[in-house]
Ligand binder design. Structure first.
Ligand code: MG
Length: 282
């Protein structure tokens, strides 16, 4: 069982499971969210991940679904390619989520997350009902394995997401609250969105960004604490609203700059946690 507010990082395993988890441990971070497929989804691939986890003591808190053919180049491309909204790839991606659920079960991971695509804000739009029915089927499938399906935030307003979750009406449908995405897609203010969405938050991404400046373009992701999220205030409010899950850093660049930004994010989060602990004991 994860400690409350356990630090985490979003990672793949391109350098192999052991090296990937050792690198996380070297940063003093005890948990990860894994991008699927972190390794070949075979008994041998799963055994390698299990061995790396045992050797490092790093906990896997969530598996994040990625689908072939997705592109985040700009907002029209996201709408056309991401998640379960595009009709041409919908059935194969639903089948893929089932496959990922079986993979996660073998690793005893109970959270499976995805961007499902742009859900219409208008509940009368036929796509709203279609997506709601698909999510019910996914949630019911995952429930047979004791798993949660976790929606990545950002491609809709907080109010739109809340009404969609209520329409799906499944207790194992939850949220991975990514405050940067709300800004990058120009959809909502993450501090205010917490008021609306906090009952469903299962996990978070500590990520930051700047508002988009051109129509149809995404904003720019920046290091946590340097963007429009108001990172410390967002973390304090998240904690004050009762969140006790992992705090997973996401930085979507590579190499030494990524490591440097992850360490800076870790320092920021730890400073906020110390302040919160001081409040609780005073
Ligand atoms: Mg994210």
């Amino acid at each position: 069982m994860t400690n409350q507010w356990a630090l985490g990082v979003m990672t793949g395993m391109s350098e192999g499971p052991l090296r990937a988890l050792e690198a996380v441990r070297e940063l003093g971070i005890p948990t990860v969210q894994l991008q699927y497929p972190p390794q070949p989804d075979t008994p041998a691939g799963i055994a390698k991940i299990e061995a790396a986890r045992a050797a490092t003591g790093i906990e896997i808190t969530l598996i994040f679904c990625g689908f072939k053919g997705e592109s985040y180049a700009d907002i029209p491309t996201v709408k056309a390619t991401v998640g379960l909204v595009p009709l041409g790839t919908r059935a194969e991606r639903v089948a893929m989520i089932h496959q990922i659920s079986l993979f996660a079960e073998q690793l005893s991971v109970t959270r499976i997350a995805a961007h499902i695509g742009f859900i219409p804000e208008d509940e009368g739009d036929p796509l709203h009902a279609q997506m709601s029915q698909i999510l019910q089927e996914i949630c019911d499938d995952l429930a047979t394995r004791g798993q949660f399906f976790v929606l990545e935030t950002g491609q809709e307003t907080a109010r739109g997401l809340k009404s969609f979750i209520e329409a799906v009406s499944r207790p194992n449908l939850r949220i991975n609250f990514d405050p940067a995405n709300m800004i990058l897609y120009g959809k909502d203010h993450p501090l205010e969105a917490l008021d609306c969405l906090h009952p469903w938050i299962e996990s978070v991404h500590c990520k930051d960004g700047l508002w988009p400046t051109y129509a149809d373009q995404l904003g720019v992701e920046v290091p946590f604490g340097e963007g429009a999220v108001d990172a410390a205030a967002w973390l304090e409010k998240l904690i004050a609203l009762g969140y006790r899950g992992p705090l997973t850093i996401e930085r979507e660049i590579a190499g030494e700059a990524q490591t440097r930004d992850i360490v800076a994010a870790k320092n920021l989060i730890e400073a906020v946690l110390q302040k919160s602990a001081a409040w609780e004991t005073s």
